[in-house]
Design a protein around this ligand. Structure first.
Ligand SMILES: Nc1ncnc2c1ncn2[C@@H]1O[C@H](COP(=O)(O)OP(=O)(O)OP(=O)(O)O)[C@@H](O)[C@H]1O
Ligand SMILES: C[C@@](O)(CCO)CC(=O)[O-]
Ligand SMILES: [Mg+2]
Length: 316
């Protein structure tokens, strides 16, 4: 059985959303793929193809795993192991047989595009379907959020709910609503470039915990929330791009940007309508709202900077 799962891009509100403020996020067509097949032993074999890592463990040991005590050399297995553990416990089954799970992904790892949430949601869907107890979206999303919160210590529902429900979501106070109507139509008229700028030195968990230590973070979060509120009413690209850039300036005050991210955001501001980092920051990706009249110049300038450009679309 194969399960394919999207990734996501946060248009506004990352980090603030962890504290109940608003965010807008969009599922995109960069996907992870999970293949799961039966093995006649009561074992689980995990093969992380992109990271060239494998792990085998007994089914019985999986349900009581203490994820925070996992050896460092197993850290890349945390999300999928936690997803397997939480799903088996939620299904409340004693499986007679195990499985081999192979994970591969087109989503750059630890770059702000929700690779962890994609793997998590894909694993939950794959394991529940494999044992013939497929879960509904609300169960998948809730389990996925609990996995990210357990692995990271702090998390919002943004990544896992966006990837589960797809389309465009507005998140506030850890509740969500799918964005439809004129704002969705406006966003569909926008062309975004996602640019992978540089390798992140910290995982999302570390970046979220670093922001938690900032004393005046709520003042910054409130300003981000005002930007999101204004963006939700916007129907023109100049204003939308300007608000993206304002959000980026506030993320810089949270110390989650880097000089290289700022440099590429600046190129997005000059040759696009606006730009900002997306996801936890600390490196990774930025998103640019394209001004079609200057798109060729934008691409030319970006190509001078040794970055990787992803032309993605919203995934419903
Ligand atoms: N292709 C993959 N194969 C196996 N595990 C993966 C893969 N991609 C991501 N992961 C897991 O997700 C972790 C990266 O998650 P992290 O939250 O730091 O980054 P992200 O989700 O890409 O960015 P953000 O959370 O800012 O959107 C990896 O360390 C690994 O545990
Ligand atoms: C940084 C953050 O806001 C987004 C990570 O993609 C964390 C979260 O919402 O869980
Ligand atoms: Mg993540």
């Amino acid at each position: 059985m194969i399960v394919e799962t999207p990734s996501k891009v946060i248009l506004f509100g990352e980090h603030a959303v962890v504290y109940g403020y608003r965010a807008v996020s969009m599922a995109i067509n960069l996907t992870s793929t999970i293949k799961i097949n039966k093995i006649n032993e009561r074992k689980i074999i995990l093969n992380l193809k992109d990271l060239n890592k494998s792990l085998s463990l007994n089914l019985n040991d999986t349900k009581d795993l203490n994820i925070s005590n996992l050896d460092n050399n197993l850290s890349d297995f945390k999300y999928c192991l936690c997803a397997i553990k939480n799903t088996l416990n939620y299904l409340n089954i004693e499986p007679e047989f195990g499985f081999k799970m192979e994970i591969s992904s087109k989503i750059p790892v630890s770059c702000g595009l929700g690779s962890s949430a994609s793997i998590t949601v894909g694993t939950i869907r794959a394991v529940s379907k494999f044992y013939n107890k497929p879960l509904k979206d609300d169960e998948v999303a809730k389990l996925g959020y609990l996995v990210e919160r357990e692995v990271q210590g702090k998390a919002s529902i943004t990544d896992t709910f966006t990837i589960t429900y797809r389309g465009i979501l507005e998140i506030k106070n850890n509740k969500f609503k799918k964005i439809k109507g004129s704002f969705e139509e406006f966003l569909k008229s926008c062309k975004f470039l996602i640019v992978y700028v540089e390798k992140r030195k910290k995982k999302t968990a570390e970046l979220v915990n670093k922001v938690a230590k900032i004393k005046d973070k709520d003042i910054i979060f409130k300003k981000i929330d005002e930007i999101v509120e204004e963006a939700l009413k916007t129907k023109n690209k100049e204003d939308f791009g300007r608000l993206m850039t304002k959000n980026h300036e506030l993320l810089k005050k949270l110390n989650v940007s880097t000089p290289k991210l700022d440099k590429i955001v600046n190129i997005g501001n000059i040759y696009g309508y606006g730009a900002k980092l997306t996801g936890a920051g600390g490196g990774g990706c930025i998103i640019i709202l394209v001004n079609e009249e200057k798109e060729n110049e934008l691409i030319k300038e970006l190509n001078k900077e040794n970055v990787k450009i992803f032309k993605c679309e919203m995934m419903n």
